[in-house]
Design a protein around this ligand. Structure first.
Ligand code: 13P
Length: 338
């Protein structure tokens, strides 16, 4: 049964260790991913690759929702079936990215503001009529010596709240994604501080906008060391600091937190999620909404060749199942030996 109320949709997506496959790369981003394996980003290649993911057996077990890009929610498979129907047949829900990317917040300092509020109500109505059950909007918060500023954080969180309101009005669960970017030499404690300020601002804007938190999902970064920081935090430290930060800022009635992978290795993203669930005792489900950490291995295995599609599907199945175990605190490194 396809859930219909906001609360039921949100709970369905994160039930029983399920998480989200983020397959909503914009045209520019998927081109970059395909380029890394030397494949042209044609509409047919994008369809073939994503159809392979959506038809994977692990979809039914491990994936409660798939975030799509505009092209994909309207795209039709090799045998004439809309891709969104293949997702539904696997018992997973189609969702849609509705933001329209980033502009400079102030040209001088590297801060960004997400755009896409103009015409959003009309676009949401169309996506709902195509069967989308949830939506995603990503805000980007960069860390450097003098950024982020409170102004930039508040402007982004305000836009997230406005977006969430429009999505809910159209009967779709908003995934709110305030991504504190891991690029940089900053420490894990600096990431903690920026994440805490961002989440505090986000939930205050969501409350001011009257958002139904029980019908919302949060997609945050983990609290983690900057990629070029010399003292990389351990799995345990990442898990403990992420939980502490979330417990200090996120209301209990939120049904689920679905992390982004943000450039973490496949195994790190799984190990961190598992560790948080092993610690346990949290008011919300803790699961995944990974793009790269679910797709990297599959993309490599595919390499643009039809004869590799099955291998690619196996690689995706494996990562999806590993992350499902991690979302239940039941993963360990030995399970990685396929
Ligand atoms: P990553 O897991 O690759 O960060 O992608 C998730 C996503 O949807 C970013 O908006």
């Amino acid at each position: 049964m396809i859930p219909n109320t906001l609360k039921d949709i949100a709970n369905y997506i994160v039930a029983d260790g399920k998480g989200i496959l983020a397959a909503d790369e914009s045209t520019g981003t998927i081109e970059k991913r395909f380029k890394s394996i030397g494949v042209d980003s044609t509409e047919e290649n994008r369809r073939k690759y994503r159809e392979m993911l959506f038809r994977a057996p692990a979809m039914s077990e491990a994936i409660g929702g798939v975030i799509l890009f505009d092209e994909t929610i309207k795209q039709v498979s090799s045998d004439g079936k809309p891709l969104r129907e293949i997702i539904l047949e696997k018992g997973s829900l189609p969702g849609i990215k509705v933001d329209q990317g980033l502009i400079d917040f102030k040209t001088v300092n590297g801060e960004k503001l997400t755009q896409g509020l103009e015409g959003l109500d009309d676009r949401c109505r169309e996506y709902a009529s195509l069967g989308a059950k949830f939506t995603k909007w990503r805000a980007v918060i960069n860390i450097d010596e003098h950024i982020p500023t409170q102004d930039c954080i508040d402007a982004n969180m305000n836009a997230l709240a406005k977006y969430a309101s429009i999505a809910q009005k159209n009967g779709m669960v908003p995934i709110v994604e305030p991504e504190v970017i891991m690029d940089g030499s900053h420490s894990i404690d600096r990431c903690y501080e920026v994440t805490q300020v961002s989440l505090t601002s986000l939930f205050s804007h969501l409350s001011a906008e009257g958002i139904d938190i029980e019908g919302t999902l949060l997609k945050p970064n983990m609290v983690i060391s900057g990629t070029t920081n010399e003292n990389q935090a351990s799995v345990n430290e990442v898990a403990e600091k992420t939980l502490k930060c979330l417990l200090a800022t996120v209301p209990n009635e939120l049904p689920g937190i679905v992390f982004l992978s943000g450039g973490q290795s496949d195994i790190d993203a799984t190990a961190h999620l598992d560790c948080m669930n092993k610690i346990g005792g949290n008011p919300w489900k803790l699961s995944f909404s990974y793009g790269r950490a679910l797709q990297q291995a599959a993309l490599k295995a595919w390499n643009g060749e039809d004869s590799n599609l099955e291998n690619a599907q196996n690689a995706f199945n494996h990562r999806a199942l590993m992350n499902m175990k991690a979302a239940q605190g039941n993963w360990n490194e030995k399970l990685e030996a396929k």
